[in-house]
Design a protein around this ligand. Structure first.
Ligand SMILES: [Zn+2]
Length: 147
């Protein structure tokens, strides 16, 4: 049991606290740092898990990346991919759907691709979700090379 950020050996209690709060292994110092970020941005737990899952698979994601207008849950800047975790998609109103579509339009215009992932998917199909994101990154990468 070591911290995913600094590789520090974790005590039983640090490990338990981190898993309970974030679902990933982090030392006390990095738990505090992450907590600050979560409180500031209202980051869903699944975004944290996805972030570390993508890191583990060799990507360099950024958590709560400020795009100039708002904070993106996870961004992979090399391929200009934004990932938003949806937590209230069960009751998506038409207004929210239009807002999402408009956001997608603006990001496309700026050369960014935005995908929205329901948090339940990360909860129940973690590996499949990661595999698909890796595929999207690969596809975006291939398109960048063509230009
Ligand atoms: Zn640490």
């Amino acid at each position: 049991m070591t911290c995913l950020e600094c590789k520090k050996e974790l005590s039983y209690i640090d490990h338990k606290n981190a898993i309970d709060a974030f679902g990933v292994e982090l030392c006390a110092k990095h738990q505090v740092r992450l907590n600050r970020l979560i409180i500031k941005n209202n980051t869903p737990k699944e975004a944290i898990q996805l972030y570390y899952g993508l890191k583990e698979r060799g990507l360099t994601p950024m958590l709560e990346w400020w795009d100039g207008k708002k904070s993106i849950d996870i961004a992979i800047s090399r391929v200009k991919l934004n990932i938003e975790i949806d937590t209230e998609y069960h009751m998506l109103t038409h207004e929210q759907a239009i807002n999402d579509l408009e956001e997608a339009m603006h990001s496309f215009k700026n050369g960014f691709t935005t995908i929205r992932i329901p948090n339940d998917l990360i909860k129940h199909h973690f590996t499949e979700t990661i595999n698909n994101i890796l595929g999207i990154v690969e596809g975006l990468n291939a398109n960048i090379k063509k230009i």
